[in-house]
Design a protein around this ligand. Sequence first.
Ligand code: C2E
Ligand code: MG
Ligand code: MG
Length: 617
Amino acid sequence: MSSSFDEAAKREAVRLATLQDLRLLDTPASESFDRITRIASQVFDLPGAAISLTDSDRQWFKSTVGIDVASMPREGAPCAEVTDTRDVLVLPDIDKDLDYRDTPLAQAGARFYAGAPLLTHDGLAIGALCVTGSEPRQFSDAETAMLKDLAAMVMAQVELQHAYGRIDPLSGFPNRTQFVEDMFDLAKTEAPGARRLVVFVDLASPSEINDVSRVMGSSFLDEIVRDAAQILRTVLGPARTAYMVGASQIVFLAPPDAEEKTYLGLLGTTLSAIRKDASSRFVTTVSIGVASLEYGRTDPNDVLRLAHCAAQDARLIEAKVSFYSSEQDALHRRRFEILNAFGQALDESDQLRLVFQPRVDLATGACLGAEALLRWIHPVLGSVSPGEFIPLVERTTLAKPTTSWVMNAALTQLAAWLAQGVSLILSVNISAANLSEPDFVERVAGLLAQYGVPPQSLELEVTESAVMEDAEHALTQLRKFSTIGVRLAIDDFGTGYSSLSYLQALPVDVVKIDRSFIASCARDARQRHLVETMITLSHDLGYRVVAEGIETRETADLICDMGCDESQGYLFGRPMPVAEFDAWHRLNRDQSKSAVEPVFMLPPRNRAKRYSSHRAT
Ligand code: C2E
Ligand code: MG
Ligand code: MG
């Protein structure tokens, strides 16, 4: 007994949820429904007709003719009986009907009622299409059939409205809204916590979409989507659907029993099918991300985001199919957070500052200049290393304002040192993006003039890889800098790919050997040999050589013996805030005064080991 009661309660809950999903309750009148109630009233020659929806405790009228109320209690409403029985109900004379003669309908003057259920495809009744009269009346079988037909027309209209704006016209697949709703619906019928794999097919990366649209027109992207939809339809079969969740992104559910590893292989086959047959095959890279959804626990919007992340990660691997990984996701989130926060930091006055790391002559230990290094303290994230944020910033439009910020701060400092009679060369790191700015050289020249700093006091550090991104253009820019007298340095030398022919053509003054080579020098004979070769090569090309990252006296001795000119490393001084740097520099100057020979006149190779070590701060 109680189990059939439970069954009925469950059925009613599903029915009510379906009704809610249709989003019809409490919506304004609509002509497409009013047309049907008007026809009903006319064909049966009756004054009243209504489309009446059965909510939990009320009958709500979506459309009425000759009935003045917007709703009535569910209890005692004949339409509620139609919903419950899912069958036609005819009350030829309400006054004589024991169940209905004392109900609001009878009190409103109705003597006749006929109602047909509004049935969904799944056989759920959401309400009734009814007609009413003020006189008793008979209702023939033909009229019953006609009322049922009109009820079916109401439902066709309901479903049409529901589908509108939910089907992607290009692929013919339901859209993202529908995916989210379907997942919520599935959660009602599946066991809570049951898992299902969600497959996210990304047909092209954003930059590919850009390129394709620019070169082939946006209709080509439409063609890619249509092709992929067709292939997926074949792969999935008639019983399963896919969803179009973005301009070039399709999602579908794996079969309930899919086992992760085997399924990944199967997806590889799907991917090959798309690649082989689709018009996208030459121009875009299709990638697939998979994430798992737990019914009732995972928000369907979240699972889309996770699967999308996985599809993005998949772009970076050979197989182009990847499972969602929480570590990767945390990384993406952190990157996103950092970029977002850094954009704000550039506008704030208290988050960014420069620190200065001395560059010393290896033979004498005299400070020749410093490198300006950016420091960022975010109020929530704390101190974020430039090793983390600079590579992210450099890939975005923030690269240019960042260099502007650094350049202004560096030139302010140089001008202050000049005013104090301190003559130092200050190095500033610039990004590949700066080299592609058409007016970069002019802007720097303008700033030098504005701050009254001679160009020879400024050195720009650029990495090999930044130069090689667009070597011809970079070369032109660097030559212009050289012409106006700004010094140039190749940073992190040895880590990037560079061509010797370009290297010798670069108008640079300094080569800074990356600290990864310097650190292992003391232990590794091959590494030592490599560094020695780099130094010789750079000297042959006419560059001064700086060894980055010297931390021990032993390494300093070694590198000095190899003929290296300058060094920058913790052994001599860490990157310091300006006040600390100034104190360090005063001390260094006092010690250097005792040096016998002028630092710059020594030939590179035969220098005496006369550098003095300074405590790393
Ligand atoms: P970089 O230009 O090669 O700067 C040298 C880095 O090596 C600095 O790291 C410095 O603190 C570190 N370093 C120097 N001597 C030693 C040593 O003896 N041992 C060790 N372990 N490290 C040493 P930092 O300040 O963390 O900067 C990292 C990178 O971030 C820089 O490498 C540069 O590429 C970038 N960066 C920093 N500031 C800026 C900036 O203002 N603009 C741009 N575009 N990039 C910047
Ligand atoms: Mg540098
Ligand atoms: Mg470096």
